[in-house]
Design a protein around this ligand. Structure first.
Ligand code: B12
Length: 278
């Protein structure tokens, strides 16, 4: 019986009981050469163990073996921090352990960020991002920000626990086409809604396309609060952001047609995936 929580996302409690060791038996990254695979496992466990002083000594050798920054972020770093989240949820880890693991993620991202940003070849738009008021989580938002930058956006990252008035001030100052709110807590996701309402009250809603994301956020939540787009990960965020400033640049923020267009992108991507899976 799936465990129902108020985020509208469902977790199966049986899945949460399985340590990452169980999934290792499926031989993940089987296509990678043995030495790279070994490094991936070490990076993953470095994050789980929270040995942040050691992180650079694993990330740099992986880069020397021509593993891309994106592969590291989407591969062993993602699986490592996901396992930390699972342990935290199952009360196997407490806050100090999670903080050490977050330090590993930041240490790795500090090395990878310049490499990702160096991919930028064009200037296609401006984005303001921030983690909403009351929320300190910023790892995912930083990844989204750097991927957007690599794709050609100028990104103004307002940091964490950003109050609505700071988003409003940044919209006035930087005139972005897109503003993105990150929220990782069920207790702060409502601040995404409050921030949209504040932007609306200020008469700025039509000027910006509002993106929402973070672990508890779903398409249903995006629809409910009247945001324009939800993205489950940085790659989808980039795809939708590019569509917003290129194909749909004439649609205003809050326009139902824009919202429908963003949903159509998801449907298209799912159809492509299904076709590949046969
Ligand atoms: C690391 C972490 C922390 C670190 C954060 C460090 C930092 N600088 O970010 C620390 C230790 C500080 C922390 C603190 C707390 N945490 Co915490 N934390 C986590 C953990 C383990 C990982 C989050 C993470 O970085 N994931 C990796 C990134 C890459 O994923 P992501 O953030 O989801 O981002 C991706 C997408 O969501 C999306 N995305 C993200 N943002 C955006 C924005 C936009 C615009 C778009 C389009 C897309 C997008 O793209 C990203 C990249 O692909 C999660 C577990 C989890 N499953 O999420 C718990 C978790 C979020 N934390 C939780 C809790 C409870 C807390 C605390 C309240 C604990 C406490 N008792 O104090 C505090 C809250 C502090 C606060 N006021 O914010 C709970 C939340 C539960 C809930 N129902 O709300 C979680 C889910 C753990 C759990 N399983 O119980 N935490």
């Amino acid at each position: 019986m799936p465990l129902q929580i108020e985020t509208e996302k469902e977790f199966d409690i049986e899945d949460l009981k399985h340590d990452i060791d169980a999934t290792r038996k499926t031989d993940r990254w089987s296509e990678a050469p043995a030495d790279v695979k070994d490094l991936f496992h070490q990076i993953e466990w470095n994050i789980i163990d929270g040995e942040h002083a050691e992180t650079p000594s694993l990330i740099n050798p992986a880069l020397e073996k021509d593993v891309s920054a994106r592969t590291l972020i989407a591969g062993p770093m993602a699986t490592g921090i996901a396992e930390v989240g699972r342990r935290f949820k199952m009360d196997e880890y407490f806050l100090p352990e999670v903080m050490m693991s977050a330090k590993c993620m930041h240490a790795a991202l500090a090395i990878l960020k310049p490499l990702i940003i160096a991919e930028k070849t064009e200037e296609i738009g401006t984005v303001v991002v921030g983690t909403v008021q009351g929320d300190l989580h910023d790892i995912g938002k930083k990844i989204v920000a750097m991927m957007l930058e690599a794709a050609g956006f100028t990104v103004f990252d307002l940091g964490v626990t950003v109050p609505p008035e700071d988003f409003i001030a940044a919209i006035k100052e930087h005139k972005p086409q897109i503003v993105g709110f990150s929220a990782l807590l069920t207790t702060t996701m409502n601040m995404q809604w409050e921030t949209i309402k504040a932007i609306q009250a200020e008469g700025l809603r039509e000027q910006v396309k509002v993106f929402v994301g973070g672990a508890p956020i779903s398409q249903g939540w995006c629809d409910k609060i009247g945001a324009d787009a939800y993205a489950a990960d940085a790659l989808i965020a980039v795809e939708k952001a590019k569509a917003c400033v290129q194909e749909f640049r004439d649609l205003k923020g809050g326009d139902p047609a824009l919202h429908a267009a963003m949903l159509a992108l998801d449907a298209e991507r799912m159809a492509q995936k299904a076709a590949v899976a046969g």
